[in-house]
Each structure stands twice: as structure tokens, then as C-alpha cells.
Design a protein around this ligand. Structure first.
Ligand SMILES: NC(=O)c1ccc[n+]([C@@H]2O[C@H](COP(=O)([O-])OP(=O)(O)OC[C@H]3O[C@@H](n4cnc5c(N)ncnc54)[C@H](OP(=O)(O)O)[C@@H]3O)[C@@H](O)[C@H]2O)c1
Length: 248
């Protein structure tokens, strides 16, 4: 990906950081976006540069109405080849207040939509858009509002892929399963949680951020040129079915 520029939202931590590191290792100049955690974003930039790659940090609070404009401004007019919408917040469920509901939709849906809209003039024909959704569109969790936002992202990807095909821009969606990050500290905090997750995962462990990043790298690379409008589950075989006989 030499001479290509990638923007990864929420690249200060977790899955976004792993995606930024992977795309930089593949040769891209990476814009490492963060919301408030500057120190963590600079750690990502530092890790990329130490590994011989190129990156710079961009701040923008995507919960704010002007967050997307701030992010676009932070790109300093650079052309973009890859846009990864990864930043998101988790929760709440049916007891959500209207403010909480709006905030989760703002960060998880409104921001990616308007970021795509405002980034498109910077994107060359043949560019890549990759949205990070979740398996919670097909398995139930109590955090209904979060699940709804990810359903919206899946719909966005399919619709947009059809619209942007004439420019050769592909739009694909990755749905991680249960992956180690600050969103899932319960994996280590709750007794038996890690074993429980391993027990419902065909490959027998929770995901690592790099497991997701490597799949993103495929959608960002020339090899995926004929794939668009797809949702790919990257989850080690989560909930494929019972892993032990149902009867003796
Ligand atoms: N972890 C999982 O098991 C899992 C499963 C399925 C899907 N996903 C999806 O994968 C993506 C990454 O998740 P993760 O687990 O890596 O999350 P994470 O560790 O909680 O990191 C979230 C990232 O989003 C950024 N962010 C949060 N709120 C923001 C805001 N208001 N404005 C700007 N940036 C904001 C954070 O920036 P700061 O550091 O500045 O706060 C951080 O970089 C998300 O789309 C998530 O829904 C995760």
C-alpha cells in the first residue's frame, strides 16, 4: 500500500490500533484518529514509526456535531485511499434515556455516515471503505441500542456499495465477534468469562485485535478488488452450534 493514505477512526486503542498498525505495516501512511485519548493515539503513532511505518494523529470527538468536520480538517487536504470506520461506543439497552440513545447513534452511525459523505471528495476512484460492525446484528445482547447501530451500519454498507460502484470504490463491513479490548474488560474480570466465550467459539478462544486487523487488510488491499457490499464475520466461529453432543 505504498503511496496510499488510510484513515482509521478510533485508532488510539483496541481493534482500531491493530488496524492502523497493520495498514502501516502494509506501507500506507495512516491517519490515527482518536476522540479524547491523545496519549494512547501517540502510542499508536509511535509503535507504527518504531516498526518503520508512517502515521500521524488526528483528534475529533465524534459525539459532537462538528466532530466530522474537525476530523476532515485534521487530514490537511490529503487524498484518501482507505477509510476505516471503527470508532464506536457500547450500550445501552431498553432502559436508555433519549440522550444516551442519541449519543450512541451519533458516534456509531451518524459520524460514519457523514465522515463518508465528507471524505468522498478526497477519495480517489478505486478507494476502499471498510466499516466495523458486530456479530450482535445476528445474536442477541441486552445492549439493544448498540445492536441497532450495528444493524444500521450493515445496511449502510450494502446500499453504499451499490451507489459507489460506478467510481470503483468498494464498501465492505467486518463483524467481529468477542474480541479483547477495553470494550471487553469483563473477559478477564468476570470469573469463567474467558472459558465461557471459548466454549461457544469453534476456534476455542476470544478474538485478538490483530485477528480483526488482518481481515481489514484484505478489504484494503488490491486482492479484494472484486468484493463489495459484503459483511464478513470475523469471530473464530462464534455460536456455530453446540460444541458438545446434545445427548448421549
Ligand atoms: N471488542 C469487541 O469484542 C468488538 C466486537 C464487535 C465489534 N466491535 C467493534 O469494533 C470497533 C472497535 O472496538 P474496540 O473494542 O476496539 O473499542 P475500544 O477499545 O473501546 O476503542 C474505542 C475507540 O473508539 C474511539 N471513540 C470512542 N468514542 C469516541 C468519540 N466520541 N469520538 C471519537 N472517537 C471515539 C476511542 O477513542 P479514545 O481512545 O480517544 O477514547 C477508541 O479509539 C467498534 O466499532 C466496536 O463496536 C468490537
Amino acid at each position: 500500500m505504498t503511496d496510499k493514505t488510510a484513515l482509521v477512526t478510533g485508532a488510539s486503542r483496541g481493534i482500531g490500533r491493530a488496524i492502523a498498525e497493520r495498514l502501516a505495516a502494509d506501507g500506507a501512511l495512516v491517519a490515527v484518529h482518536y476522540g479524547s485519548n491523545k496519549a494512547a493515539a501517540l502510542e499508536t503513532v509511535n509503535a507504527i514509526e518504531t516498526a518503520g511505518g508512517q502515521a500521524f494523529a488526528v483528534e475529533a470527538d465524534l459525539a459532537r456535531n462538528d466532530g466530522v468536520d474537525q476530523l476532515i480538517e485534521g487530514l490537511g487536504g490529503r487524498r484518501l485511499d482507505v477509510l476505516v470506520n471503527n470508532a464506536a461506543v457500547f450500550g445501552p439497552g431498553i432502559d436508555a434515556t433519549e440522550e444516551e440513545f442519541d449519543r450512541v447513534f451519533q458516534v456509531n452511525v451518524r459520524a460514519p455516515f457523514f465522515l463518508i459523505q465528507k471524505a468522498l471528495p478526497l477519495m480517489r476512484d478505486g478507494s476502499r471503505i471498510i466499516n466495523i460492525s458486530s456479530g450482535v446484528t445476528w445474536f442477541a445482547i441486552p445492549e439493544t441500542v448498540y445492536a441497532m447501530t450495528k444493524g444500521a451500519l450493515n445496511a449502510l454498507g450494502r446500499s453504499l456499495a451499490n451507489t459507489l460502484g460506478e467510481r470503483g470504490i468498494t464498501v465492505n463491513t467486518i463483524a467481529p465477534g468477542i474480541t479483547r479490548s477495553d470494550m471487553n474488560t469483563w473477559l478477564d474480570e468476570l470469573p469463567g468469562a474467558k472459558e465461557g466465550v471459548s466454549g461457544i467459539t469453534a476456534l476455542g478462544r476470544p478474538g485478538q485485535p490483530a485477528d480483526i486487523a488482518d481481515a481489514v487488510a484484505f478489504f484494503a488491499a488490491p486482492d479484494s478488488r472484486w468484493v463489495t457490499g459484503q459483511v464478513l464475520d470475523v469471530n473464530g466461529g462464534l455460536y456455530l452450534g453446540p460444541r458438545a453432543p446434545l445427548h448421549h
